[in-house]
Every structure is written in structure tokens, then in C-alpha cells.
Design a protein around this ligand. Structure first.
Ligand SMILES: Nc1nc2c(c(=O)[nH]1)N[C@H]1C(S)=C(S)[C@@H](COP(=O)(O)OP(=O)(O)OC[C@H]3O[C@@H](n4cnc5c(N)ncnc54)[C@H](O)[C@@H]3O)O[C@H]1N2
Ligand code: MOO
Length: 391
């Protein structure tokens, strides 16, 4: 059995960044920017008022001073003239600052009488002017690679960038295997259960910005598995679930090998997740064979599939980000496999759940972190600091 770190290194060797495509901005949220995007103008493109009030010359501003209004500057409609000594214009938020003006006095600070204003006694020192290029300059860029958040999309729009180059979404097929499985909503017989982790992985992949597809459940026969593998000829990654262990009906490894899969590894010193396998299929796609136990598949999704998808998206090769936090209660020694334990982080303290069987999805749903225990980690006392990842 290889270590988790060795398995990740194998996976990163298989997962190459995908090609790119150009998409309109409204479809770019959550995608990964593949080429730097540069502003096509200054923002604001002119010195602009930050408030509703009066555009004035700073040197004319004194409590009690009377200024004559010679026009108006509104957003989208600048005042074309020039302000001279003793003059001002009405101005609104976002409007271009007229020539000659270098300050806004807000309307709350003046008394208006016809076309004259009198400056009040309680002025603040703020000029309320946003200089040309105050937000960003023409040519300023957002550096790739970057997963585009809503705030990035707003910035790109302001930069007058209508479309961006992004990494293609990885196409991922999810294949559940087993005679015992039916789809949610179907009527199982007495010996059957509902396929679950396939749906959890589908949601995880959607969140990551991949393009997942659920294949029909394959039965525990070589023929059914072969047919299902063929349905995944066009994908970047095939995730199989179950049939990975040593039982008589665990046929995934054999069928994959028969179909020409070049295996990178099988079995890792990890709990849950021991029978994980990976390799390259004849089609060129990557395959990751996940263990069937629901929690094992989901934990392997977090620890292996998520970094693989990030690598395919061009976001680099790094494991799930870790942090540390102290234990709220003691825990017993770990066994020989690196253990990813379901736990709850509350008020900065970690409570590791007692029940860690890899069939317990309810315990996974109650957890908000996984605590990582190295092989043979000794018993740990309250307050000891543990490595954790968010789930
Ligand atoms: N003699 C041994 N037995 C087992 C070993 C071992 O080393 N020696 N390893 C155990 C470990 S650890 C794991 S993990 C499991 C993994 O086995 P498989 O990957 O072959 O998975 P299955 O046997 O097909 O299924 C296990 C379990 O999970 C349920 N399952 C499968 N797919 C789904 C799905 N899509 N949704 C929900 N539940 C699913 C399945 O019904 C089984 O209950 O092997 C141990 N055995
Ligand atoms: O390695 Mo298995 O995934 O413990 O249940």
C-alpha cells in the first residue's frame, strides 16, 4: 500500500490542465480564468463626484461664502463650461467634475437661494472627488489562473471585457456499480439499498466547476461493467464507485485492466479509502476507482478528486488546504492507516465523533471537518493541536 501523499503525486502526474474556451461574461462565474484579462479603460474614466451637492473651487470654500450656480452636471451628462472664481454648478453622484472645480460641497452643507448657494458653518474636509482611474487604470489586469467569483465578474464588466478565456470544464462520468443499488425514488427490493455517494460526488463536482454525468448503475457482471465503461469514452475522468475490493463480485479492477487501463496504483494506507485505484484508460481519460462505502467514496472525493479537478482546471497541484485546531476531548491511538476522522469544529475546538464506520453518511453530514491522523498516531489529550481539512 502506498501513502496518501504518494497517491496524490500519481494522480497529479495523470491530471493535466485542459484546453481553454472563450465564454461571454454572463457564463463566466465559477469558471477558471485561463488568460490574464486587462482593463480597456480607466475607471472612472473622468474625475467624478462621490456625492450629490455642488461642484466648487476649493479656494472659494469658506463658511458664509456665496457662490453663483452656472449649470448642472449629472451622471451621463457633463457640464461643458468652466467654473471660475465665485461660481459653482449643481452636481450629482457619478457625474463628471466640471473644469475648474476640484471639490464637492454636499447639499446638506449649503443654503440654496435661487441660483445662489451659501456655504454652511459645519463643513467637513472631504473633497468628495473620485479621480480618473481611482478604481483601476487602462491595461490593469486580473491574473490567470483564477476561479472567477461574482466580484471578479463585476470587475471584468467594469473593465469593458465582454468575454474571457477560461479552462474547459472537466467532463466527469460517475459510475455506480453493484446489484444491490437502485436510484433514489425507485422501489428497492428487500436486499437493495439506494445509490447515494454517486449523488454526493455529483454535487461535489458541480461545486468544483466540473461537468459531471451520472451513468446508469452497472451490475456486478463483467459484461455490464464493460458496457458502462464504453459510455464514458468521451470524458476526461471516469469515477467508478464500489467493486474495488477483494470480494468475488469486485470486478472493476479486472474489467478496467481487460479494457487496457494502465494502472498507476491500487490500495493506499488510508482510512477510509483503502481500495482506491487509479490509472489511464485507453481513451486517454483518467480513471479513479473509488471504494463503495458511502463515506469512503466521499472522503476520497475530498482528498483526491477535488485536487485532481483543480489540477485539470489549471489551478495547480496542491492537496486539500489544511488548518490546525485543538481537541475539545481526548482521542485514542490511531491504527496503521492515515485516518481521516469525521469531526465537528465548534468555537475553535475539535470534537472527533466516536462512530467512524465508513457506512455512516449521517455522521459525515454532521461533520464540518476531517481530522487527519498519521499512521500509528498515539492517543491525544484535550488541547492537543490536530491537522484538519474543511468538508
Ligand atoms: N476481506 C476484505 N474485505 C474488505 C476489505 C478488505 O481489505 N478485505 N476492504 C474493505 C474496505 S476498507 C472497503 S472501503 C470496502 C470497499 O469495497 P468495494 O469498493 O468493493 O465496495 P462494494 O463492496 O461494492 O461496496 C461496499 C459497500 O458500499 C455500498 N455501496 C457501493 N456503492 C454504493 C453507492 N453508489 N451508493 C451507496 N452505497 C454503495 C455497498 O452496498 C456496500 O455496502 O470493502 C471492504 N471489504
Ligand atoms: O478503507 Mo474502507 O474505505 O475503510 O471503508
Amino acid at each position: 500500500m502506498i501513502s496518501v501523499a504518494e497517491a496524490l503525486a500519481h494522480l497529479f502526474a495523470l491530471a493535466k490542465p485542459l484546453d481553454t474556451e472563450v465564454v461571454p461574461l454572463k457564463h463566466a462565474g465559477g469558471r477558471v480564468l485561463a488568460q490574464d484579462a486587462s482593463a480597456r479603460r480607466d475607471q472612472p474614466p473622468f474625475s467624478a463626484s462621490a456625492m450629490d451637492g455642488y461642484a466648487v473651487r476649493d479656494k472659494d470654500v469658506k463658511p458664509g461664502a456665496v457662490l453663483t450656480m452656472i449649470g448642472e452636471s449629472a451622471a451621463g451628462h457633463r457640464f461643458d463650461g468652466k467654473i471660475s472664481a465665485g461660481e459653482c454648478t449643481r452636481i450629482f453622484t457619478g457625474a463628471p467634475l466640471p473644469k475648474g472645480a476640484d471639490r464637492i460641497v454636499i447639499q446638506e452643507d449649503v443654503i440654496v437661494n435661487g441660483n445662489q448657494i451659501t456655504i454652511g458653518d459645519n463643513l467637513d474636509s472631504n473633497h468628495y472627488v473620485r479621480a480618473k482611474g481611482f478604481d483601476f487604470r487602462d491595461g490593469q489586469s486580473i491574473a490567470a489562473p483564477k476561479k472567477l467569483r461574482p466580484s471578479d465578474i463585476a470587475l471584468l464588466a467594469a473593465m469593458n471585457v465582454p468575454e474571457v478565456s477560461v479552462t474547459r470544464k472537466p467532463k466527469v462520468a460517475i459510475l455506480s456499480t453493484g446489484d444491490e443499488l437502485v436510484m433514489p425514488g425507485e422501489t428497492p427490493n428487500d436486499d437493495q439499498i439506494i445509490a447515494s455517494n454517486s449523488f454526493g460526488l455529483y454535487a461535489m463536482l458541480q461545486d468544483l466547476g466540473a461537468d459531471p454525468r451520472l451513468l446508469p448503475i452497472a451490475r456486478d457482471s463483467e459484461e455490464s461493467l464493460r458496457t458502462a465503461f464504453e459510455l464514458a469514452n468521451d470524458v476526461d475522468l471516469l469515477l467508478t464507485i464500489g467493486g474495488a475490493s477483494v470480494g468475488d463480485h469486485d470486478l472493476v479492477g479486472k474489467v478496467a485492466a481487460d479494457l487496457g487501463m494502465a494502472r498507476a496504483f491500487y490500495k493506499i494506507a488510508m482510512r477510509p479509502g483503502k481500495p482506491l485505484m487509479a490509472g489511464r484508460l485507453k481513451s486517454g481519460a483518467m480513471m479513479i476507482g473509488l471504494p463503495g462505502n458511502p463515506v469512503s467514496a466521499m472522503v476520497c472525493g475530498k482528498v483526491f478528486v477535488e485536487p485532481v479537478i483543480r489540477a485539470m482546471l489549471g489551478l495547480g497541484t496542491s492537496p486539500a488546504p489544511e488548518f490546525t485546531a485543538p481537541l475539545a476531548a481526548e482521542i485514542t491511538a490511531n491504527g496503521p492507516r492515515e485516518h481521516y476522522m469525521r469531526a465537528q469544529l465548534t468555537d475553535g475546538q475539535v470534537t472527533v465523533f466516536d462512530r467512524q464506520d465508513s457506512a455512516l453518511l449521517s455522521v459525515l453530514a454532521d461533520a464540518n471537518i476531517l481530522v487527519i491522523r498519521p499512521p500509528n498516531d498515539p492517543a491525544r489529550k484535550t488541547g492537543e493541536v490536530m491537522r484538519c481539512i474543511t468538508i
